[in-house]
Design a protein around this ligand. Structure first.
Ligand SMILES: Cc1cc2nc3c(=O)[nH]c(=O)nc-3n(C[C@H](O)[C@H](O)[C@H](O)COP(=O)(O)OP(=O)(O)OC[C@H]3O[C@@H](n4cnc5c(N)ncnc54)[C@H](O)[C@@H]3O)c2cc1C
Length: 392
């Protein structure tokens, strides 16, 4: 038996023994927040066992809580997880964004302090990038951090901070030299959210949900040892983190075990609407769209697999923008088609005459609008691709 076949056999045996039934199929997934503890005992057990084995972050070095897996082993692990429909044991900005960034930019002390606890899911992370005056033009950010000797004093605000009401820690881009050119006076700080100087206010959406917040920093403190990268050189660190974020959205980040759901094929879903009086699947144009969508999705999956096999790091560099943008477009097209084939039935928001299943389609369609905004809009991804990949 080759080494990789042996690895597959061992993986399969371990999973069959250690992945509890309640951790398979849809359900709860921890992102590390101590304020939202995992309720389901099987999910908790699955996280503990995976962390013990190093499989919450399989490609990280063993000393930092990973399993030191090679790329082909990682591929096998993901296939075996998918085979038994095991849920990701741990997700979120810890394992997928800040963890791999600390691995690349942290000093030895920071790696030893932060990575094992991130790998165990001890603490949920938020992202403090956007400000009211700095979204696409992120380098215009103005939240100030002033060097006070053993700590930084932070004043300003962030906006659109997802999950801030449940966060334990937040990584922030801050301005440390207001006189330097805008990309050069920025630093990257790790900040404890449980302190009097940090206050969050949920932003209420028309849907009634509040998935993100305004986050206010009023004399908040970050320890000196929590400066990641060099003072005033945080822009480089911050851009790399964005590549991890975009790769996660695009399904090509090999840091955690984030995997996209094996959603049912759109063609199979729309077939269910054949003959519906209100539906639109009888239209030739719609059938062409469904066919094109299936072909594009297939090409996308093959390209994801190729990128992951070729990747020399845990996530591609500027090319991660391709996956983020194409993945977002596909998500939106899928939601558009699904809603449109339903005709009038795809317009329900809540209550009769619409079923829960029908209103869910409308809500998925509306929330899919955000995919071409978060992590940098499609226009910004195109700018990056033009400059950094095509060198135009
Ligand atoms: C669901 C969701 C979750 C989010 N979570 C977080 C989070 O946790 N933390 C965080 O920091 N941020 C978060 N964001 C914010 C997100 O990163 C910003 O919304 C995004 O970067 C766009 O910035 P903006 O909203 O200020 O839009 P703007 O920058 O004002 O852009 C407005 C429009 O102008 C276009 N545009 C701007 N500049 C250019 C240009 N140079 N060329 C071409 N077109 C341009 C944009 O593409 C867009 O269509 C989240 C956003 C969403 C929707």
């Amino acid at each position: 038996m080759s080494n990789i076949e042996e690895f597959r056999a061992e993986t399969r045996a371990w999973l069959s023994e250690n992945c509890p039934p309640g951790a398979r199929g849809p359900g709860e997934i921890s992102w590390g927040s101590t304020k939202l503890p995992v309720k389901d005992p099987d999910t908790r057990l699955w996280l503990e066992r995976s962390a013990e084995k190093g499989w919450t972050v399989p490609t990280w070095p063993v000393e930092y809580g990973g399993a030191g897996l090679e790329r082909d082993e990682y591929g096998v692990l993901m296939e075996e997880l998918r085979r038994i429909d095991a849920r990701t044991p741990l997700t979120g900005r810890g394992v997928n964004y800040i963890g791999p960034t600390i691995l690349e930019y942290g000093n030895d002390d920071q790696k030893a302090r932060w990575l094992p606890r991130i790998a165990r899911g001890e603490g949920g992370w938020c992202m403090g990038y956007s400000e009211p005056g700095a979204g696409s033009d992120l380098a215009s950010l103005s939240m100030r951090a002033v060097d006070q000797g053993d700590h930084f004093l932070i004043n300003g605000m962030k906006i659109w901070t997802s999950d801030a009401m449940w966060g334990d820690w937040i990584f922030c881009l801050v301005r440390t030299d207001p006189d330097a050119p805008k990309h050069e006076g920025i630093s990257f700080l790790l900040v404890d959210m449980d302190q009097p100087g940090v206050r969050v206010r949920p932003i209420r959406l028309i849907s009634g949900n509040s998935p993100f917040c305004e986050t206010f920093f009023e004399d908040a403190i970050a320890k000196k040892e929590d400066l990641l990268g060099e003072l005033n050189h945080g822009w480089t660190v911050g851009k790399r983190l964005l590549q991890f974020e975009r790769s996660t959205h695009g399904g090509v980040n090999t840091s955690g075990t984030q995997r996209s759901e094996d959603a049912p094929r759109l063609a199979d879903i729309v077939r269910g609407y054949v003959g519906e009086v209100n539906g639109h699947i009888a239209q030739r144009e719609m059938r062409v769209r469904v066919t094109r969508f299936e072909m594009d999705s297939h090409a996308y999956r093959l390209t994801q697999r190729r990128a992951m096999e070729e990747a020399r790091a845990r996530a591609p560099g500027s090319a991660s923008s391709i996956f983020k943008m194409c993945g977002a477009n596909l998500t939106q097209e899928r939601a558009d088609i699904h809603r449109e084939v339903m005709g009038f039935d795809g317009l329900g928001w809540e209550g009769a005459p619409f079923s829960d299943e029908q209103t869910q389609v409308t809500r998925t369609w509306l929330s899919s609008r955000a995919t071409t905004i978060y992590g940098g809009t499609n226009e910004i991804q195109r700018n990056i691709l033009a400059k950094a990949v095509l060198e135009l």
